[in-house]
Design a protein. Structure first.
Length: 322
């Protein structure tokens, strides 16, 4: 006869299991004050008390049937604290191992004999825990949203959207009127450029299917300021070439992202090494000399000396779509 697990230990385990089950289905701890949860806990406590009382009666009857030696052994076990007994049960050697009376199995190879040692209790317990966890996880994954990656992704996505909305309340999106060049935006702007612009305008803005963005020539001129014109084009797109889509007007990019990529393109143009005729390394010039370029007349003259006919562009009527 062995001492039973103390009632308080069983009660704590039961409360933890019930709480875990509620959390698995509801995925929050708001149920702690719920009448259903509190009623479940109360009923469980009552049932455990009844079960404990019945076990006490059963143990009393069993104790009467023990021999004097067995009663003495049982009473000695009761004097040992529960956690000490649990530790000994999990990690101490069996009595057979202590006495050296472990049986030898009836098979062997090459003269090697195998003892019939018992597996450690902690090992068996760990195996039981892993099997139990696997079963619970399978049920949770199959029939609830608990620990489900798709559900967790949706929750994280909604949280991020809420954080963005909250952030934009104090940091509104840039518009053509409020946008300005900021050197600290260049690095993030490059990342956006590589994702959305590089395919057409090439590495470093030197041009591919789209025009070269590092020279002094522009096809679309709608602003008197270079940075503002870049922002305008990214927002509204090009009327001359529909492959240059309106990233801002369609909502593909937000105003702050357009300001960042505009800062990067502006920095490329400012830092590029230009020839006397306003061209630069990369794709051949397209359009007219931008009106914001300093020394535009000299560039026109230099181009004319090379037999090229160029002119300084004028600002077209801009659509107020942003």
């Amino acid at each position: 006869m062995k001492p039973r697990t103390p009632f308080i230990i069983i009660l704590i385990i039961a409360v933890c299991l019930i709480t875990g089950a509620f959390y698995m289905f509801l995925e929050n701890f708001k149920f702690i004050t719920s009448p259903i949860y509190l009623s479940t806990i109360s009923i469980s406590i009552v049932l455990l008390l009844i079960n404990n009382s019945l076990n006490t009666l059963i143990d009393a009857e069993k104790f009467k049937q023990l021999s004097e030696e067995e009663k003495k052994e049982y009473l000695e076990l009761l004097k040992i604290p529960f956690w000490t007994r649990a530790w000994n049960s999990a990690f101490k050697n069996s009595q057979e191992e202590k006495d050296g009376t472990v049986e030898i199995l009836d098979h062997g190879y090459d003269g090697i004999k195998e003892l019939d040692n018992q597996l450690p209790r902690w090992y068996i317990g760990l195996f039981a825990v892993t099997i139990t966890f696997a079963c619970i996880y399978f049920v949770a994954y199959s029939f609830t949203d608990f620990a489900h990656p798709d559900k967790e992704y949706d929750e994280e996505y909604k949280t991020q959207l809420a954080e963005i909305t909250e952030y934009e309340k104090t940091a509104p999106q840039a518009t053509l009127e409020t946008a300005e060049y900021k050197p600290e935006n260049v690095e993030e702007g490059k990342q956006i450029y590589d994702q959305t612009c590089k395919t057409c305008h090439g590495e470093g803005g030197t041009g591919l299917a789209g025009p070269n963005q590092t020279d002094d020539y522009w096809i679309n001129i709608y602003q008197t300021d270079e940075f503002k014109n870049i922002f305008y084009m990214v927002w509204n797109g090009s009327k001359n070439d529909l492959t240059m889509r309106a990233f801002g007007a369609t909502g593909e990019l937000k105003g702050n992202d357009i300001m960042k990529v505009s800062s990067y393109i502006y920095s490329l143009n400012q830092q590029s090494k230009k020839n006397p005729d306003g061209s630069s390394e990369g794709k051949a010039p397209q359009g007219d000399i931008a009106p914001w370029v300093k020394g535009g007349e000299a560039i026109v003259a230099a181009a004319a000396a090379e037999g090229k006919t160029v002119k300084i562009g004028t600002v077209k009527e801009a659509a107020a779509s942003n």
